[in-house]
Ligand binder design. Structure first.
Ligand code: PEP
Length: 248
């Protein structure tokens, strides 16, 4: 019934340790079949990419980074190039998570440029967009999301077809306050229409913002919600796998 392959992706943010990650990764691998046909992935802090690679090799769980440099190489202390991630076997990178937009001043133009750099290196970017509560209260949701999407749409059909979009309303991230399935679907339909006009109507659109086992099924029942980007609940194997099972 759902034609696009579902994707349930964890965003560990700046959490974890070698010991805690080992247990979490082991739990994910042990329960990965619960995802059925849905894809499973985790985006981990840079120092733990090697641990994720080793623990997940040969399993159906893929792994990625939470950010990437827009630059290919050079004098950019502290940055990580997309080719370095690809060299390492990394499949995914988040681009423009709201925490990076808010705390690191990432503009929509930069986020789109990062997505292009990631694609050029062979990574799949997951481009995050989302409005604040002030934007929503002011009736500016489509205007804000449209502005965030415009430079991404300008990358063209081929690029759009190879990426993933994540709709993450800022007011729902880490707050325990989820968008209702209807609120989420309305924005997903708006994003879908934009992608369709750009010739990339089958690009997957994930929802993110306090996704939990209790609300996952109703979100995944929406026609334009193709999976989830999961923060807090991705740190507990059973919760993440319960969400994955809802996408199966
Ligand atoms: C996120 O970090 O992308 C996120 C959606 O977090 P949470 O699930 O904790 O709201």
């Amino acid at each position: 019934s759902h034609t696009r392959k579902r994707l349930v992706m964890g965003n560990w943010k700046m959490h974890g340790s070698l010991a805690a990650n080992a247990a979490l990764l082991e739990g994910l691998v042990a329960g990965a079949t619960r995802a059925g046909d849905a894809q499973l992935a985790v985006c981990v802090p840079f120092p733990y990419l090697a641990q994720a690679r080793d623990a997940l090799a040969g399993t159906p769980v893929s792994w990625g980074a939470q950010d990437v440099s827009v630059h290919a190489q050079g004098a950019y202390t502290g940055e990580v190039a997309p080719a370095m991630l690809a060299d390492f076997g990394c499949a995914w990178t988040l681009c423009g998570h709201s925490e990076r937009r808010a705390m690191h001043g990432e503009s929509s133009a930069l986020v789109a440029a990062k997505a292009a750099s990631a694609l050029a290196a062979g990574l799949t970017p997951v481009v995050c967009v989302g409005e604040t509560l002030d934007d929503r209260d002011a009736g500016q949701v489509e205007c804000v999301i449209g502005d965030q999407l415009d430079p991404v749409l300008a990358l063209g059909t081929q690029a759009l077809a190879r990426m993933v979009i994540a709709y993450e309303p800022v007011w729902a991230i880490g707050t325990g306050r989820t968008a209702t399935p209807e609120q989420a679907q309305a924005v997903h339909a708006f994003i879908r229409a934009s992608l369709t006009r750009s010739g990339a109507g089958q690009t997957r659109i994930l929802y993110g913002g306090s996704v939990k086992p209790a609300n996952a099924a109703s979100l995944f029942a929406q026609p334009d919600i193709d999976g989830a980007l999961v923060g807090g609940a991705s740190l507990v194997a059973d919760e993440f796998l319960d969400i994955a099972a809802a996408a199966a």
